[in-house]
Design a protein around this ligand. Structure first.
Ligand code: GLV
Length: 321
């Protein structure tokens, strides 16, 4: 019987599928993720690992688990927490969950964009602090969307779904992504043009060696003073210290972050002092239906890998030669 370790309680559809195929799989039931040592001990000897983006799956862990490891399945679209070359070198297919979270993440991006543009979180803090004494012509004025330009950095599935939503708000959409084809009436431009022309800049690139701190002091200095930055990709794409200085000095108008580096964000992070920085705890795909679909897809990847079949969504298909 295959040994499986699942690093957290995932939504029912995935657990039900796993139970049908492997009634005795090992499940980490605590709310907090296993520590590194707990992960190594519990996963040792496993044929299949189903993890979340909270687990660092590197060569050391793969070797500690052992050479029988047949599949790593992550309930996430991003795989920056997994050492893909190390898995590929060991012939281990890595599954992820693209597609099913595209709309939820694009919705969240738009929620953040609108909230930052119209100062929703700041307004709520203002009200709860008892500061609302009258309607005022100049209270908490924000930015309009109609006729403004949205620049999308990274025009994959999620970037394109954001562009589709932008059409309904009469935004002009431009994007920067050397590998993507035009779609949704969005025009391809180079990065400098995007930063120079955009009133909203939304980040949708995966985190890797090339995109680490892509949004740095230089990037921010090229943005318009009225611009709003949205990051629903990965925290590591952004240099948070550079963002703090850009927001503090009103070099840009506002930022809205779904993701941070590290996660969770320490409560003494200077960004939390700023009214023009909205931060939520990595909720891009956090809708019931989406998480159910991610759970099912992650379980399908794991089951396929354990049966020696091709994963429905394999991130490193090179393992199949
Ligand atoms: C969430 O960030 C994911 O990668 O699924």
């Amino acid at each position: 019987m295959a040994k499986i370790f699942v690093t957290r309680i995932i939504p029912d559809p995935g657990l039900i599928l796993l139970r049908e195929h492997f009634p005795h799989f090992d499940l980490w039931t605590a709310d907090q993720p296993p520590s590194r040592n707990e992960l190594i001990e519990r996963a040792r000897g496993a044929d299949g690992l189903l993890c979340l983006l909270t687990e660092k799956v590197d060569a050391e862990l793969m070797d500690a688990i052992g050479p029988q490891l047949k599949v790593i399945s992550s309930m996430s679209v991003g795989v920056d927490h997994i050492d893909i070359p190390a898995a590929t070198a060991r012939g281990i297919p890595v599954g992820n969950t693209p597609g099913v979270l595209t709309d939820a993440t694009a919705d969240q991006t738009f929620a953040l964009l609108l909230a930052a543009a119209r100062r929703i979180a700041e307004g709520e803090r203002y009200l709860r602090a008892g500061k609302w004494v009258t309607w005022s012509p100049s209270l908490l004025l924000g930015a309009d969307l109609v006729g403004a330009t949205l620049g999308i950095v990274g025009f994959g599935r999620i970037g394109q779904a954001v562009a589709k939503r932008a059409q309904g708000f009469d935004l002009r959409v431009i994007y920067h992504d050397p590998t993507a084809q035009p779609a949704c009436n969005a025009q391809p431009v180079d990065l400098d043009t995007l930063l120079r022309e955009s009133d909203f800049v939304s980040i949708h690139v995966p985190l890797n060696a090339e995109t680490k701190h892509l949004v740095n002091a230089e990037f921010l200095s090229k943005m318009k003073p009225n611009a709003v930055l949205v990051n629903a990709a990965r925290g590591g794409v952004l240099d948070q210290s550079a963002l703090y200085h850009a927001l503090k000095s009103n070099q840009i108008f506002a930022a809205a972050l779904d993701v941070t580096d590290p996660e969770p964000l320490p409560m003494d992070c200077p960004l939390l002092e700023l009214e023009n920085c909205l931060i939520v705890p990595h909720l891009g795909s956090a809708s019931k239906k989406t998480r159910d679909m991610m759970s099912l897809l992650a379980a399908q990847n794991l089951v396929a890998g354990l049966k020696g079949e091709r994963l429905p969504n394999c991130f490193n298909p090179q393992v199949y030669g």
